[in-house]
Write a protein that binds this ligand. Structure first.
Ligand SMILES: NC(=O)c1ccc[n+]([C@@H]2O[C@H](COP(=O)([O-])OP(=O)(O)OC[C@H]3O[C@@H](n4cnc5c(N)ncnc54)[C@H](OP(=O)(O)O)[C@@H]3O)[C@@H](O)[C@H]2O)c1
Length: 293
C-alpha cells in the first residue's frame, strides 16, 4: 500500500501517474500553483503531510518528482529559471524527503548526454549536456546524488502523452494542415508514452517502498527500440491513416533551433532489467495503443 506525492502533477507524466491510482496506490498530484518545488516551505509542508497521512493509514510514502522546466529552446535564454526548477527543485525535495524518511524518485532525461555515442547509453556513462535544459537536468541529478537522500534517478526520453503539447500531437495537427512536411532524420532516440512510463515508475515505487536495492541508484526507462524523429513521424502518419511518404527526411542543419540536440539519445534499459523491473513495450506497439486509447 503506497501513498505517492507527485510534484508536477499537471504535466504529461504527472497526469498519467494520477490516472493510475488504485485502492492500493493513492496519488496526490499537485500542479505548480499548488506546490512549487522552488519553495522550501511548500515542499516541506507537502512532504510532511504525505509522510504523516501515509503512516497514519499504514501506507508507505514515496515522492515521484515529475516537475520540470521542459521548454528546451526557451531554456537557452532562461537558464536561471530552468535551473531553479530542474536543479534547485530536486535539491529542496531531497532535503525534505531525507528529513522525513521518504524515498524520492526523480525523472531526468537523455539530454544529459552529448549524443555522440553509437550504442545505447548506460547509466554510468559520462554526462555531457549540449544545451541549457540538459545542464540544468544534470545539475538536478548531481544535487540528488550529493544529498544522501534515498533517491532514484530515472532517465527517460521523447515523452508524449494525451495531455501535453508534444511531437505526436504536433504531427497530428500538421498532418491536417500540410500536404508534405520535412522532419529531421539525423537524431535518434526512443519515444516513450507517458502512460507506460508512469506504470514503470509505479512498479519502481513499490520496490523502493519495500526497501529493495541500494539507497541511491540511476536507472533508464524508455519505450523499447529506437527511431529518428522522421521515422517516428512516419509511424504517426501511418497510425492516422495518412500516407507516411508525405513525411520527407531532412537534416538538423536545415532547421537550426536555439538549443542544440543530441544526435543519439538512446538509453540502454539494462539497468531497469537488472533491477528486476519490467521493460516498457516497444515504441511502435505503444504508439498503436496510444492512438487506440
Ligand atoms: N517531455 C519530454 O520529451 C521529456 C523527455 C525526457 C525527460 N523528460 C522529463 O520527464 C519529466 C516529466 O516531463 P513531462 O513531459 O511530463 O513535462 P511537462 O508536461 O512539461 O510537465 C512539467 C510539469 O512540471 C510542472 N512545473 C513547472 N515548474 C514547476 C515548479 N516550479 N514547481 C512545481 N511544478 C512545476 C508543470 O506545471 P505547470 O504546467 O503548472 O507549469 C508541469 O506540471 C520531467 O522531469 C522531464 O524533464 C521529459
Amino acid at each position: 500500500m503506497l501513498s505517492i506525492l507527485v510534484p508536477g502533477g499537471s504535466g504529461q507524466l504527472g497526469r498519467d501517474l494520477a490516472a493510475q491510482a488504485t485502492d492500493s496506490i493513492d496519488v496526490t498530484a499537485p500542479s505548480s500553483s499548488e506546490l512549487d518545488v522552488r519553495d522550501t516551505g511548500q515542499v516541506v509542508a507537502a512532504v510532511t503531510e504525505l509522510a504523516d497521512r501515509a503512516r497514519a493509514a499504514g501506507r508507505s510514502p514515496v515522492v515521484i518528482n515529475a516537475a520540470a522546466y521542459t521548454a528546451v529552446d526557451a531554456a537557452e535564454t532562461d537558464e536561471e529559471r530552468a535551473f531553479a526548477v530542474n536543479a534547485d527543485g530536486p535539491r529542496v525535495l531531497a532535503a525534505a524527503c531525507s528529513s522525513r524518511g521518504v524515498p524520492l524518485i526523480h525523472v531526468s532525461t537523455d539530454y544529459v548526454f552529448a549524443g555522440d555515442a553509437t550504442s545505447p547509453y548506460e547509466t554510468g556513462d559520462l554526462l555531457g549536456p549540449l544545451n541549457a535544459y540538459g545542464r540544468t537536468k544534470a545539475a538536478g541529478e548531481d544535487a540528488l546524488l550529493g544529498s544522501g537522500a534515498r533517491s532514484w534517478i530515472v532517465r527517460t526520453s521523447w515523452v508524449y502523452g494525451k495531455t501535453g503539447s508534444n511531437f505526436v500531437e504536433t504531427m497530428a495537427r500538421l498532418e491536417k494542415e500540410r500536404d508534405e512536411l520535412s522532419v529531421v532524420d539525423d537524431q535518434t532516440g526512443s519515444p516513450t508514452w507517458s502512460r507506460d512510463l508512469a506504470a514503470g515508475l509505479l512498479e519502481l515505487a513499490g520496490r523502493v517502498a519495500a526497501g529493495d536495492g541500494p539507497s541511491q541508484r540511476v536507472l533508464h526507462c524508455t519505450g523499447g527500440g529506437s527511431t529518428t524523429w522522421c521515422g517516428f513521424a512516419k509511424a504517426i502518419f501511418a497510425e492516422l491513416g495518412a500516407d507516411p511518404a508525405r513525411v520527407k527526411p531532412c537534416a538538423t542543419a536545415e532547421f537550426p533551433r536555439p538549443a542544440a540536440r543530441p544526435a543519439y539519445g538512446v538509453l540502454s534499459n539494462a539497468s531497469w532489467r537488472e533491477a528486476g523491473l519490467t521493460p516498457l513495450r516497444g515504441w511502435p506497439e505503444a504508439l498503436k495503443a496510444y492512438f487506440a486509447s
